[in-house]
Design a protein around this ligand. Structure first.
Ligand SMILES: [Zn+2]
Ligand SMILES: [Zn+2]
Length: 397
C-alpha cells in the first residue's frame, strides 16, 4: 500500500461501509460485492472486473487491523493538511521514511503490557503454571513460537465444486516484491531522492504566521521518485500474495478448508500456522444442491405427466440422463437418480433429485387443433378435482 493509494483511494466508499464499520460489517459487505462482481459471473465485463479488483484491494487493507489503522491515520493526516503540532515534519523514521508510512512496530503493535497482578488474579486463576504459560507465550525472544493462521477466501464456479480443482487463493495483505526487494525500482536502478522535498516527504509553507508542513505533492510523501518502475510490481514495491491450494470435490458454499502449515511461518523453529480458506460457490443457472444431492427442476408437458414418458435430464458430468416419468404424475413429484449427485468426502456420491414441474401451454401457443383437442378432452373426462374438498367441508370435518 503506497502513500498515494492511501490518499487517493477511499476504501470505505469502495465497500460502501461507514468509516467506523466493524470488522464483521466490512467482511459482510465485501462478501456480497465479491459475489456480485466476480469475473466468473461477469465474463467480459471490464467494468465489473475493475470494481472487483477495487473491492478486493479495499478489503485487503480494511480487513487487516494494523493496515486499516495505518490507512486511517494517513487519510486523517492528509485531510487535515498537516497542522502545527500534528504533522510537523522532521520526524525521522516517520512519514518520509523509505518503505512507507508508519514504521512497523512503532507506536503500536508492541508486545502487550501485562502486569503481575493481572496474571495471577486473572479469571480462572490457573496458578503459577498458568502464569508461566502466559509469560512464555507473551514474551518475545523465548522458545519456538507457532506462526499465525491466515484467513482467505476463494470463489469457485458451481461445476468446479463437484469436480474439485486447484485454485489460486489471494492472501490478505501484500508481500514485499522480490524482484526489486521492495524499492519499486527496476533492478539495476534505484529510486532517486525527490528534489522538491529533498527526501523528507514533506514541504513547509507559511500561512498566517504559522509554518505548516504538508505532504510533498511531487512524490506524494514518499520522499523518493522512481524513474524506472519495477516491471513486476509496477513501482509499488509490494505484490499480491497467492497460494495454490487443492479444493476437494464436493465442497459446499461457505465451507472452510484448513490447510495445515500454510499460514504465517513460525518463529525460532516453531511450526507454521494454518491457512484457512472460506470457499464461496457461485450459483448455477440450472442446478442447485441439497447437501450431497444435486437438484434440478425439470418441466414436463401435460400429456407427458398424464400418460407417462421417458424424458432427458441434463447432467453436469457429461451425457444427459433418461428418466421415466410415471403416468399420472403431478407437479412437484421428485425422481431420484442414485449416485449422480455430489461426491461425498467419505466416498461415493449423493443423488440427482429431479423435481417434475407440469407446464401448461399458454393460449397464444395453442394451435386451433390443439385447442379443439383440449376441449374434447374436457368433455371426454368430466372430472371435478375439487369435489372431495367440497364434500369434506359440507360434512363439517
Ligand atoms: Zn518490484
Ligand atoms: Zn517530495
Amino acid at each position: 500500500m503506497s502513500v498515494r493509494d492511501m490518499v487517493e483511494k477511499d476504501y470505505y466508499a469502495a465497500l460502501g461501509v461507514p468509516k467506523d464499520a466493524s470488522a464483521a460489517d466490512i467482511k459482510k459487505a465485501y462478501r456480497k460485492l465479491a459475489r456480485e462482481l466476480h469475473p466468473d459471473k461477469n465474463p467480459g465485463d471490464a467494468k465489473a472486473e475493475a470494481r472487483f479488483k477495487e473491492v478486493s484491494e479495499a478489503y485487503d487493507v480494511l480487513s487487516d487491523e494494523s493496515r486499516r489503522r495505518e490507512y486511517d491515520e494517513a487519510r486523517a493526516l492528509f485531510a487535515a493538511g498537516g497542522r502545527p503540532g500534528g504533522f510537523t515534519g522532521g520526524r525521522p523514521g516517520g512519514f518520509g521514511a523509505p518503505g512507507g508510512f508508519g514504521a512497523p512496530g512503532s507506536a503500536y503493535g508492541g508486545s502487550p503490557n501485562l502486569n503481575f497482578e493481572d496474571l495471577l488474579g486473572g479469571a480462572g486463576g490457573g496458578g503459577l503454571g498458568g502464569f508461566f504459560d502466559m509469560f512464555q507465550r507473551s514474551s518475545p525472544g523465548r522458545g519456538p513460537r507457532r506462526g499465525g493462521d491466515i484467513e482467505a477466501e476463494v470463489t469457485i464456479p458451481f461445476e468446479k465444486s463437484l469436480t474439485g480443482l486447484e485454485a489460486s487463493v489471494r492472501l490478505p495483505g501484500a508481500a514485499t516484491c522480490t524482484t526489486c526487494e521492495g524499492s519499486g525500482a527496476r533492478p539495476g536502478t534505484a529510486p532517486r531522492t525527490c528534489p522538491t522535498c529533498r527526501g523528507l516527504g514533506v514541504v513547509s509553507r507559511s500561512q498566517g504566521g504559522f509554518a505548516l508542513s504538508e505532504p510533498c505533492r511531487d512524490c506524494l510523501g514518499k520522499g523518493t521518485m522512481i524513474d524506472h518502475p519495477c516491471p513486476d510490481c509496477r513501482g509499488t514495491g509490494r505484490r499480491e500474495r497467492e497460494q495454490r491450494i487443492r479444493i476437494p470435490p464436493g465442497v459446499s458454499d461457505g465451507q472452510r478448508l484448513r490447510v495445515r502449515g500454510r499460514g504465517t511461518p513460525g518463529e525460532r523453529g516453531g511450526p507454521a500456522g494454518d491457512l484457512e480458506v472460506t470457499v464461496h460457490v457461485l450459483r448455477h443457472p440450472i442446478f442447485d444442491r441439497e447437501g450431497s444431492n444435486l437438484t434440478i427442476t425439470l418441466p414436463v408437458t401435460i400429456t407427458e405427466a398424464a400418460l407417462g414418458a421417458s424424458v432427458r435430464v441434463p447432467t453436469l458430468d457429461g451425457a444427459p440422463l433418461t428418466v421415466k416419468v410415471p403416468a399420472g404424475t403431478s407437479s412437484g413429484r421428485r425422481l431420484r437418480a442414485r449416485g449422480r449427485g455430489v461426491p461425498m468426502s467419505g466416498g461415493g456420491h449423493g443423488d440427482l433429485i429431479v423435481t417434475l414441474e407440469v407446464t401448461v401451454p399458454k393460449p397464444a401457443d395453442l394451435s386451433p387443433r390443439a385447442r379443439t383437442a383440449l376441449l374434447e378432452f374436457a368433455q371426454a373426462h368430466p372430472e371435478d378435482p375439487r369435489a372431495p374438498l367440497m364434500e369434506r367441508m359440507e360434512a363439517g370435518e
